[in-house]
Structures are given as C-alpha cells and as structure tokens.
Design a protein around this ligand. Structure first.
Ligand code: FES
Length: 678
C-alpha cells in the first residue's frame, strides 16, 4: 500500500504524512505550523494563504506533481474575484493534500511573524499579540433551551476554536445583543489574554467578519515628552508615531520637583494625574486620526515610564518616592482597563499593560530597556545608559544584571543651558573647534552641511541658527577641552590666556562665542561657564552612577557601552568619552540603541511572551540605590574633572592628546577662589 502523501512546510521545515483530502490548514495545525486563520477555515478571511511549490526538491526528498493539491475551487475563485490573490497563492483551508507537496507559508500568513526592523542590530520582534480575532457562528436563542447570548458565544468559541472559557466586562456585555443580531449570529470577537494560561477576556465584537484590523499603542511616558507608536497588532508594523510635551512640566521640570509639588499642594497629585491622562487621550486621538484608524480599534496600550510618572498615571500620590526608602505602591506589572485610567478616547475595555518597575528610582522605562537590549544575555559586560532628564543605567552580562538611576537633570537635553534649546530645526547639533585657529564650525538640525561649507547659509536661511541642543552642547564642551580653551577643571580661559577673540567676558568668567547672529537680529550663541558647570554636574552624576554599578560588580572597566534614549542616538561616542560622561572604552565599543525604552514598549505590545519574560528578568535585576550610597558622592566629585580626576582614561589617551592647560593661575577671581578653597 502506498504511504499517505508527505507534506513539507517551509520555512519551518515541519513535515508529516496526511490522508488524501486533508485540508492544508488542518495539516498545518496538526504539525504546529504557524498558519493564521480568523474564520476557522470557512474561506472568508484569507489569512491562511499558502504557496505550494511544484517539481523536484532533493533537499526534502520530494517530487511534487502538478496535482499534489486539489483543484482551485469556487471559494478561492470568489475570494480572488473580490480581493485578488497573489499569483501562485492558495487558501490553506480550501486546498487539500492529494500527493507529496512542499508548501511555503509566507510571512503575512504567519501569526508569529517577525516584524521588519530598520537597524540590522536591533532585536527582532516576533508577533504574539495578546489580543486576537476569532470569527464564530453563534447558535440562535431557543425558547426551549434558554441560554444567554454570552453563554452561546462561549459555546461557539469552545466548539469552533477549542477555547475553554471566557470572561467579559459590562461595557462589552452591553454591546453583544445588537451586534449578534446585526451580524445574523455571525460575528468576530476580540479576545485578550493577560498571560498564556489566563482565561481570555472578550473585549470587543463586530458583526460578520471584522476586516479593519486591531491596533495597539506603545507609549513611552517621559517626564518631558510622551511618545506613542500606533501599531498594527496583526503585522506589528508601526502605522503612525507621534509625541507631545508632558503637560506636567508646568508643575516642575524634573521628577523631584513634581513630587514636591504633590507634597506641598493638597490635591496636587490629582491635578498632575488629570493633566497626563488628558494628554494621553489627546495623543491617542491625534495619532489615530493621522493613521486614519478608528480609535475604537485600539484595544491595547502598553506604558513604559519612570516610577514617578507611573504613580501619577495610575492616580497614586508619588510622595513615598520622594524620600527613603523610596517605596513603590507596587513594582509588579499591571493589567488594567482603559476605563480605570479614565481614558475616554479609547474603548473602555482596552487592555492597559504597564511594565514592572525595577525599584523606587528605576522604573518600567528601564525594564523596557532591559527587554529591548537584553543585558542578561550579553557574553561581555555591557553598560547601557538611557540618557534623559533622569539617566537609567544597567550593567550586566549573563551572570548578573545591576540597575540604578542617576539624577542628571535636564542639561543633556539642552535645558538650563544659556543658548540651549530642544532638538528642532535650527539647533546646533554638532560642532568642531579647530585646535590651531580655535575657530568653530557646526551643523544645525535640518541641514547636512557644515557651517564652513558652500550652501550652508542658504540651507540655514529657512530655520535660522537658533541655539544649541543636547548633543550640540556635549560636543561643544568636549571640543573646548580638546582645543585647549577649557582646562581639566572645566574653567574657560580668557581671550588673553587662549589667544582666541572668541573668548568673551561673561561676568567674572568667560564664554566662547559659537555664532554671533546679532547683526541680522539673530541670537548670540555662546557656551558660558555656567553651561559648563551644568554639563559637569550632569555628566558627573551619570559617570558616578556607572562607577557605583561597576563597584558593585567588582570591575574597573566595562567591555562595551550602549547609549539609549532618543537623545542617545545623537551623542558622538568620542565626545561622550572626552567629556567623561561614560567610562573609558574603545570608541568602536560605544553603540547607540536609539529609543530602547520605546522599542521595549513595542516588544511588550506585540509579544505576550515578552511580558512574562521581562517580569521574570526584572525580579533578577539587582537594584543599586544612588541616593543613599555615600560612594556616589565620592565618585561624583572625582568625575567633575574633564574627563576625570583620577580614572586614567587610557583608551581615550590612545586616540587624543588632551592639552595640558590650566586657567586657575590666571589671577581672575574664580581662580583665586578656587585656590583658596582647595
Ligand atoms: S482560514 Fe479563513 S480563509 Fe482560510
């Protein structure tokens, strides 16, 4: 007797023998091949598309005859007429096996498809959405066998999809009856699971086959900005990204000033909660409009945020986070419904997932960075620095991962800098100072040209040259040091001391003129002594945090550094090391991960298993508290020098020679005061 036909699926390589007449979808399911279906094989959803291959396949030991599958049928023809099937494609639920066959499952037909990422080094996202669609045919009510509509939906899911039970909430329950009747008892339901083993929750329902998709929002709730990515929950593709300023800024620039606002003003925490929730509502509506997506289809939200934002989003007074022992109301991940956060622009039963916090100062944003960058899977010792108003640091390898946060303040973002501005067209983002002439040249956001190149003036005319953004100020300070215009203590020299007329008096100190646009009514853009002090404070806090983690790990060096955060993407590795922002490593060991917290949010949005993974990983991360650690202060003071008072920075010395200048003995008041106090 001839054996049953052999079916080989690619790219999985799964194979098995099936009786003639078995639908390809059934064969795929029995072998555990990842082939999608929303309609359960009724030939109406087209999710099960496959591509059979014919001919000789020595690799698989199979010859596929032209009649290996049943003939193209009327259901496929109807679908092709209506929507069009790509040439060579068949519907897996309609085509049946008749002989040995090799079947390719294209990426669009895989539930667990990989999301295309822009950067080759970036972690791929595998789709495994927590909310899925199921088309069902529900039994009509029968007076002789009284059951509720919900119970008959549950029975249809059990019989047609082997889903053992469901729960729902009142807002969805109230929509069931009209939708069931409108759909003629044929409906599509969206079921959400909080974990692989949890009972699914019915979160939405549509008449007939729902073909408009499902969407989710990955939200990076920062102290300064709120960024959101609207993501297709079937493909994982971001259909729109948008951001707005966090309106809580009016209550305080940084986290601690917001905590103090809550402490000093009764009801202040509630004001900030209302402000941020309203902003998220506005952002959700705007981003849905931009992508032409009905907000009713946004059924999931994932938030990453620092602990203070976390508490204020949840409506929890953050006062405990302002004082030792910095107790969180909860550090666990949370699953809520949009209604509980008062988000009125979205369906009330949309699921809100908030990543776990690592500690009172290290939040769900750092957890998201850990999810995206996976320090615990790194063979070499990696330091991940998420630079923002507050810097989060992770240090680890396969043996251990440590985390802390460091209060860098907003200087790295261009705030509290005399000519500072946010990253926008016209802002100086890169600068070089000639070590001989001490003349600057720079680039502004919005133009690829350097200021000494032909065409720059024309390119800059539209935006003007308006200020310096975060990456620009870091480069400027490092370049001042490289050009010998600033000494290791951070003191700027005078015009006489440096021989540069660009050093102008600024009160009792000096400032370096990068660009003077005053003749045309533009700004005078300088780096002042105060700017340098602000950057020194920020970089010392960052470096001290890193050193504290290295102490805890028992090491003096790290193998590589990853700069994360939207701003991290623009920092030049060389300038970061010259400044002593990060530990001394070879420059080719410094990489940028872009917005790793946002990426972590997207991973958690698209992949249910990743949520379980980060919840597990966070429990194993050792938290180091900078605020109460006396060595933090020591490291902070030593890190004030540029690049550092005691650490040798020998890797840096291999590529640059830092000028041996000192402006302390200049006779100026600053110098005298510093000498007296030392
Ligand atoms: S499973 Fe829906 S069309 Fe085949």
């Amino acid at each position: 007797m001839r054996p049953d036909p052999l079916v080989v699926f690619t790219p999985s390589g799964k194979r098995g023998r099936f009786a003639k007449g078995t639908p390809v979808l059934t064969a795929a399911r029995q072998l555990g091949v990842d082939l999608d279906s929303v309609c359960g094989g009724r030939g109406i959803c087209s999710k099960c598309q496959i591509t059979p291959s014919y001919g000789e396949f020595s690799k698989h030991g199979v010859t596929v005859a032209p009649d290996a599958l049943t003939e193209w049928n009327s259901v496929e023809q109807r679908y092709d007429d209506k929507r069009g099937l790509k040439p060579g494609r068949r519907l897996g639920c309609q085509a049946c096996v008749m002989g040995d066959v090799v079947i390719d499952v294209p990426p669009e037909s895989q539930v667990h498809r990989q999301v295309v990422r822009k950067a080759a080094s970036a972690r791929p996202i595998i789709m495994d959405a927590a909310t899925r669609l199921y088309y069902i045919e529900v039994a009509e009510p029968d007076m002789h066998e009284p059951t509720g509509d919900l119970e008959r939906i549950a029975r249809a899911l059990r019989e047609q999809w082997q889903i053992p039970g469901i729960t729902t909430d009142l807002s969805t329950l109230s929509r069931l009856q009209p939708v069931l009747r409108k759909g003629g008892w044929k409906v599509t339901v969206a079921l959400h699971k909080t974990s692989e083993t949890a009972l699914p929750r019915l979160v939405s329902i549509w008449p007939g086959l729902h073909e408009k998709g499902l969407y989710g929002l990955a939200i990076d709730l920062g102290s300064t900005t709120i960024a959101a990515h609207l993501t297709d929950l079937e493909t994982g593709l971001v259909v729109a990204s948008s951001g707005i300023m966090n309106p809580q800024i009016r209550y305080g620039e940084d986290l601690m000033s917001r905590v103090s606002y809550a402490m000093m003003n009764p009801g202040g925490d509630r004001e900030m909660t209302t402000a941020v929730r309203e902003a998220i509502d506005t952002l959700a509506i705007d981003i849905a409009r931009e992508a032409d997506v009905d907000p009713a289809l946004i059924l999931e939200l994932v938030f990453v945020c620092n602990p203070v934002m976390h508490h204020l989003l949840l409506g929890i007074d953050p006062v405990e986070l302002g004082q030792a022992p910095f107790a969180l109301a909860t550090s666990d991940a949370l699953n809520l419904e949009a209604r509980e956060l008062g988000l009125s622009s979205l369906p009330p039963s949309s699921n809100v997932y908030i990543l776990p916090c690592i500690a009172g100062h290290v939040g769900a944003d750092a957890a998201a960075v850990a999810l995206s960058e996976e320090p615990g899977k790194s063979e070499d010792l990696v330091l991940i620095v998420d630079v923002g108003t507050n810097a989060e640091l992770l240090l680890g390898n396969t043996s251990r991962v440590l985390a802390c946060s460091s209060p860098t303040g907003p200087a790295f973002e261009g705030a509290q800098i005399s000519s500072g501005q946010r990253a926008a067209p016209g802002a100086i983002e890169a600068i070089r100072i000639d070590p001989v002439t001490r003349e600057p040249r720079f680039r502004i956001i919005g133009s690829e040209l350097w200021s000494d190149e032909d065409g720059f003036d024309l390119a800059a005319a539209a935006s003007g040259i308006t200020g310096i953004c975060g990456s620009g100020i870091i480069e400027a300070v490092a370049e001042l040091r490289l050009a010998g215009l600033m000494d290791p203590s951070g003191l700027l020299g005078s015009a006489e001391q440096t021989g540069s007329p660009r050093m102008i008096p600024e009160g009792r100190t000096h400032a370096y003129v990068i660009h003077d646009g005053t003749a045309e009514g533009g700004p005078l853009i300088t780096v002042t002594q105060g700017d340098i002090r602000a950057i020194q404070l920020a970089k010392s806090a960052l470096y001290a945090g890193a050193r504290l983690l290295m102490d805890e790990m028992g090491v003096d060096t790290v193998d590589r550094v990853v700069l994360a955060g939207a701003f991290g993407a623009h920092i030049s590795a060389k300038h970061a090391v010259v400044l002593g922002m990060i530990p001394d490593v070879p420059l080719d060991k410094v990489t940028s991960a872009g917005n790793a917290a946002g990426t972590g949010a997207r991973i958690a949005l698209c992949n249910l298993a990743a949520r379980a993974e980060i919840e597990r990983v966070v429990r194993r991360i050792t938290k180091v508290e900078t605020a109460i650690e006396p060595r933090f202060q020591e490291h902070f003071v030593a890190a004030n020098a540029i690049p550092h008072k005691t650490d040798p920075f020998s890797e840096l010395a291999k590529i640059v020679t830092l000028p041996n200048v000192s402006f302390n003995a200049s006779g100026d008041r600053e110098g005298r005061r510093r000498r007296r106090s030392s």
